[in-house]
Write a protein that binds this ligand. Structure first.
Ligand code: SF4
Length: 80
């Protein structure tokens, strides 16, 4: 996990620029049907307008998906 990239993802999660959100929406649709997307107990309370990834993390890299899809990170399985 690239901590700096994930922190940027959280910043983008808060600011929700249109460009970031359109990219995030495409990524969320891919993550939503991926077997590596799991519901996390600790982040379950974090709301997301992209409900496909609300409260979820990627078990391939350990990243919270709300931040990851809005970051400069890449999918560890090259799906996006
Ligand atoms: S980041 Fe990639 S591997 Fe992880 S849940 Fe999303 S699509 Fe799956």
């Amino acid at each position: 996990m690239n901590v700096k990239a994930i922190l940027t993802g959280w910043k983008n999660y808060i600011s929700k620029s249109d460009v970031v959100e359109s990219v995030a929406k495409e990524r969320a649709a891919i993550c939503a049907v991926c077997p590596h997307a799991k519901q996390g107990k600790i982040i379950a309370f974090i709301k997301d307008t992209l409900q496909e990834v609300q409260g979820a993390y990627c078990d391939a890299c350990g990243c919270p998906l709300s931040a990851k899809i809005r970051s400069t990170e890449i999918c560890p399985n090259s799906k996006w």
